[in-house]
Each structure stands twice: as structure tokens, then as C-alpha cells.
Design a protein around this ligand. Structure first.
Ligand SMILES: [Zn+2]
Length: 254
């Protein structure tokens, strides 16, 4: 029969941390095979802890877990990536924290989350190692995440008037479809350039997700459409998004 506390090794990315009594932490960890799990990390805040690096927000590690009475305890951890390029830049850190909140919102315990984890890791690499602009990574991540969770907008012809090519294309958020601006006056304007980018991020290979470019004005339209879309379907406010926005305001040129 199974031992009293079976051990299991998995890789995991820390989505959330909470300090508990003494020097302990409770981590919310996204894993490929076990979905999103809560992990108790004893002594993680102690200066002598060998697992403290792995217990930070957005740390990606190989974790050895021991299960006891329905709880996962962190026994050992080897960090794989800490994404220092994100940690050292407040704007990138705020955006990455928002991505972690989004991933938290769409994942569950015991439901494998390899695709969401992979999307999040690629975004962290793009922000940390590849220096991709946050303003470009954000809408691409948001739209791709919605597609992964089954909310991809329909982005072909206009379903209202039947036009094969939508005129002055816009995103009708509540109906999850691209249509002509004139057919849905409340839709968020995209324009042809942002529509092309929207189609690209919904269908491109995962590794090419951030390999596109758009002029700032078109990127701003894509960003607004993607953000409103996420907010509508996930129905929750993301604290880190407000923080990310507050960092941008002083530098806006519109
Ligand atoms: Zn139309």
C-alpha cells in the first residue's frame, strides 16, 4: 500500500503567495499535470530556508511535494527560472503579476493546465529575456488566453450583414465576434491592422505569439479590445491591472 506521505515531483509556477504563521507561506502554484494547487511551504520566509527563492511570486521551479491530509507540503525545490528581467522592471513586473492573476482566474485544481502554464511561461520569457514591449505582449496574451479557455472571438466575416470582409472592423464583445463598425455601433473599433493582429494571435504557433508588430495607435486599439474582452468574460477586477495602468499614465502620449 501507499506510504503515509507519498512524494511527487512536478514543475510549478507560483501565481500567488500568502504569509501565514511564523515563517510559513501558502503558495498557489500552477502545474502542468495537477492543475492549480495550494502548497504549504514551511519556513519559506526564514533567512536560512533553502526554498525561499522558489517561493516567490512568478518563480518557476521543480518541486518535490509531500501530501498529507489533503495538503501538499513543499519538501524541496530547485528553481528553473526566476525571470529577473521582469523582477527588475516595475512595469514588466506589474504586467506579469496581472498575467498571473488571469491564469489564476481560469485554472482549477485537478484540471491539467499545461497550455495555460506554457502561455504564461512564454510571456514571462518574452518580457524578461527577449525584451518584447509590454504594450505588445499584453493584448496578445489576453486574447490567446481567452482562446485557450474557449472564448476565442469569431474573427471572419461580419455575421450581421454577411460581408465577407467587415467594413471598419470592430469587436462586438458581448457576442464574441468581429463585425462591421456600422453593424454594431457599441463594438470596440479595431481597424484592419488591429484585426489582422487579432487573427494572428488567435492562430499563430505558440512560440511566435509575440513576433508581430503594430504601430502604436493600432496597438492601443487592439489593447482596448483585448482588455475589455477579458474583463467581460472573466467578470472580475484584477488588482495588478490597475497598478500596471497607474504606472503608464505619466508616460502616455495620445
Ligand atoms: Zn456588417
Amino acid at each position: 500500500m501507499a506510504a503515509a506521505s507519498p512524494r511527487r515531483v512536478t514543475t510549478g509556477l507560483v501565481l500567488r503567495t500568502a504569509d501565514t504563521k511564523e515563517a510559513d507561506k501558502i503558495l498557489t502554484v500552477l502545474t502542468p499535470d495537477m492543475g492549480k494547487i495550494a502548497v504549504s511551504a514551511k519556513g519559506a520566509r526564514s533567512r536560512r530556508s533553502r526554498v525561499s527563492a522558489a517561493c516567490q511570486l512568478l518563480a518557476w521551479s521543480e518541486m518535490t511535494l509531500s501530501e498529507s491530509r489533503g495538503w501538499q507540503y513543499l519538501v524541496e525545490a530547485n528553481t528553473i527560472a526566476l525571470f529577473d528581467g521582469v523582477r527588475q522592471d516595475l512595469e514588466r513586473l506589474a504586467l506579469a503579476s496581472y498575467f498571473a492573476e488571469l491564469a489564476d482566474a481560469v485554472t482549477y485544481e485537478d484540471l491539467p493546465a499545461a497550455e495555460v502554464l506554457s502561455l504564461l511561461l512564454n510571456a514571462l520569457f518574452a518580457l524578461s529575456e527577449q525584451g518584447r514591449p509590454p504594450a505588445l505582449v499584453k493584448p496578445a496574451f489576453e486574447l490567446r488566453l481567452m482562446a485557450l479557455t474557449g472564448y476565442a472571438p469569431q474573427a471572419e466575416g461580419c455575421p450581421r450583414c454577411g460581408a465577407a470582409v467587415p467594413v471598419e472592423p470592430a469587436l462586438d464583445i458581448a457576442n464574441g465576434q468581429v463585425c462591421c463598425g456600422g453593424c454594431a455601433p457599441d463594438a470596440v473599433p479595431l481597424g484592419e491592422d488591429a484585426l489582422a493582429a487579432l487573427r494572428y494571435v488567435l492562430t499563430c504557433p505558440a512560440k511566435r505569439l509575440y513576433a508581430f508588430s503594430l504601430p502604436p495607435e493600432a496597438l492601443a486599439r487592439l489593447d482596448r479590445a483585448a482588455e475589455d474582452y477579458v474583463r467581460f468574460y472573466l467578470e472580475r477586477e484584477m488588482g495588478a491591472l490597475d497598478f500596471y495602468r497607474s504606472l503608464q499614465r505619466p508616460f502616455e502620449h495620445t
